[in-house]
Design a protein around this ligand. Structure first.
Ligand code: ACO
Length: 321
């Protein structure tokens, strides 16, 4: 059998940091640090400048992942970018990343699953490898949600941030299995509780993010629980076997709810939502990058990832580092 290992991690955060107080004082949003912090755990977020694009951030995160693994870009067979905020309708961000990395071979494409995008991309990359289509794949989540936000809607604009995270996956025929299982779900009936409208050429589109926060919260708790149970059951494990949870970073209350369900102490849960806010498809690889580089997550650790986003889409992945 072909085994898929995660051999490199990388991340990029935009230069500009905007605190909750900045939103209230400099951006003139009728909000407060206290309101945002107590309901979401968010303290600050990074916001991209014009020169920080989805592709440029993705390429920087990818470079770091390649460096970490000691692999040259010319050895990479495929680039998958999970994003809801591509710089252009086409070419895909992944193809722009190929060019930025100097790649002249292999293939790349983008994948749209909103905040669950990274888990979807991980599952897709693993399947491509198991089908013998690629041996080394860069899986990237890169987002500039700040460009999708309605800055007059205080119930959404305070929740998101920009950034990119990347991992390198390598296939081999020996060694331990890295990606133990992935579990994907979507249900289009709930498309109207979290969405950005608009297709190219549609005059009435606002192309701004709209969300019914309470509804999303309600679905998140139920569906993420199911996705976590599914990952554990598929591998005959219990919450006690998990070394680390690296969840999508939308809201500290959702993250704490999942940790409680798994009976994981808080020091086994990687949290970045306080500093990054919700970076959509970038949040899991950004959190993974941080915890691997600071030595918390080590070789051999069992890592559970879970995410839910617009669609609704949701899923989980269990990875042996
Ligand atoms: N600052 C101050 N007051 C605010 C703000 C703000 N930024 N936003 C809303 N309010 C006010 C509202 O106007 C409302 O006032 P009212 O009672 O006078 O009408 C009050 O605060 C309560 O608003 P609610 O929306 O009911 O607040 P709630 O307690 O539900 O918290 C929140 C909102 C934080 C969005 C919560 O519903 C949530 O976390 N939902 C999950 C959504 C999420 O995380 N989405 C991310 C994308 S999906 C994903 O990645 C999982």
């Amino acid at each position: 059998p072909i085994r898929v290992r995660l051999t490199g991690v990388g991340g990029y955060l935009p230069r500009d940091v905007v605190t909750n107080d900045d939103l209230a004082l400099k951006y003139g949003i009728e909000t407060s640090d206290e309101w945002i912090r107590t309901r979401t755990g968010i303290v600050q977020r990074h916001i991209a400048s014009c020169d920080e694009t989805t592709a440029s951030m993705a390429a920087e995160a990818a470079r770091q992942a390649l460096d970490y693994a000691g692999v040259d870009a010319s050895e990479v067979d495929a680039v998958l970018v999970a994003t809801a905020t591509p710089d252009q309708v086409f070419p895909a961000v992944a193809v722009q990343v190929q060019a930025l990395l100097g790649m002249t071979t292999g293939f790349g494409f983008d994948l749209s699953a909103a905040c669950s995008g990274f888990v979807y991309a991980l599952a897709t990359a693993r399947a491509l490898m198991q089908a013998g289509q690629a041996k080394k794949i860069l899986v990237i989540g890169s987002e500039v949600f700040s460009r999708l936000l309605d800055w007059t809607d205080r119930s959404t604009c305070v929740l998101f941030g920009d950034g990119a995270g990347a991992v390198l996956l390598e296939a081999s025929r020996d060694g331990e299995e890295g990606i133990l299982s992935t579990h994907l779900h979507s249900d289009g009936r709930t498309g109207d509780i979290l969405y950005v409208d608009g297709a190219a050429g549609c005059a009435s589109a606002t192309q701004k993010l709209r969300m019914q926060g309470r509804e999303v919260f309600r679905h998140a708790v139920v569906k993420l629980s199911q996705a976590v149970d599914e990952a554990l059951a598929a591998n005959n494990l219990t919450g006690q076997d998990i070394h680390w949870m690296v969840p999508h970073q939308a809201n500290l209350r959702i993250i704490e709810g999942m940790a409680k369900k798994l009976a994981l102490p808080s020091d086994r849960v990687v949290v970045t939502v306080d500093r990054h806010a919700n970076t959509s498809a970038a949040s899991i690889p950004l959190a993974l990058n941080e915890a691997v580089r600071d030595g918390r997550i080590r070789n051999g650790d069992l890592v559970l990832m879970e995410a839910l986003g617009g669609g609704l889409t949701w899923g989980s992945a269990l990875v042996r580092m």
